[in-house]
Design a protein around this ligand. Structure first.
Ligand SMILES: Cc1cc2nc3c(=O)[nH]c(=O)nc-3n(C[C@H](O)[C@H](O)[C@H](O)COP(=O)(O)O)c2cc1C
Length: 212
């Protein structure tokens, strides 16, 4: 299924569920002219298979800038972002993860613990913060969407956090040099997709509705 057909099907399902009012939407709208932001949102998927080449640092700079332009409560920007494209670093953490869970190596095509990504952003926020986790989530999504708009795949990796917080990974945490009082929230894998981008896992549209 091509990208536009997939997008058309997704949007048709959304309109069918929400019951378009018939005046706000032009039913003749061509799928190919759907707003680029909506197209990026609807076609982004978690990518778990990457080419070995790290993401070009110029593109990564754009991704980071898009991240920090996310909204945050009172513009506090309660986050810290550390990007690693050093293979030795990622392989070192992988060795620790495999030591803790040898079954990881049995995953088909396993190269590293970051879903084989060559570039990883570590996202941290203050341990004590009114909106740190929420704001960092917004930053993370901005990063992933801007990446996808340039054809760069990504995947949030919560599974990285306990490994990075383990005693064995202390030297790697130290290299991240997070500000005092910050905790690692998530890692985000980035890279050029190696294969087909997966289908969207099912969404439950009943979780959101108008209160009449
Ligand atoms: C906070 C968070 C943590 C996640 N952790 C992992 C993870 O450890 N490993 C993984 O493969 N995917 C992880 N994911 C990706 C989700 O599985 C994925 O977003 C979800 O299945 C929906 O698929 P989609 O992103 O392709 O739409 C995580 C996503 C989020 C938001």
């Amino acid at each position: 299924m091509n990208k536009f057909f997939k997008l058309g099907a997704l949007l048709a399902a959304t309109v069918a569920f929400s019951g378009c009012c018939g005046t706000c939407c032009n039913s003749d709208t061509e799928v190919s002219s759907v707003d680029a932001v909506i197209e990026t949102i609807m076609t982004r998927r978690s990518v778990r298979d990457y080419k070995e080449e790290p993401v070009c640092r110029e593109q990564m700079a754009t991704i980071i800038e898009c991240g920090i332009y996310a909204p945050s409560a009172m513009n506090m920007q309660p986050w810290a972002v550390r990007v690693v494209d050093d293979k030795a670093f990622l392989d070192g953490v992988t060795a620790i993860a495999v030591e803790q869970n040898p079954a990881l190596k049995e995953q088909p095509g396993f190269r590293n613990f970051f879903r084989n990504a060559p570039t990883v952003a570590f996202i941290a926020c203050p341990e004590e913060s009114y909106s740190g986790e929420y704001d960092s989530g917004l930053l993370s999504e901005n990063m992933m969407l801007s990446a996808w708009s340039m054809g760069i795949g990504s995947c949030c990796l919560g599974s990285v956090v306990p490994v990075m917080n383990s005693e064995a990974a202390k030297p790697y945490m130290e290299r991240l040099a997070l500000p005092e009082g910050y905790k690692l929230l998530v890692a985000i894998a980035f890279g050029y997709p190696a294969g087909d981008v997966p289908e969207a896992p099912a969404r439950d549209a009943s979780k959101a509705y108008y209160v009449e």
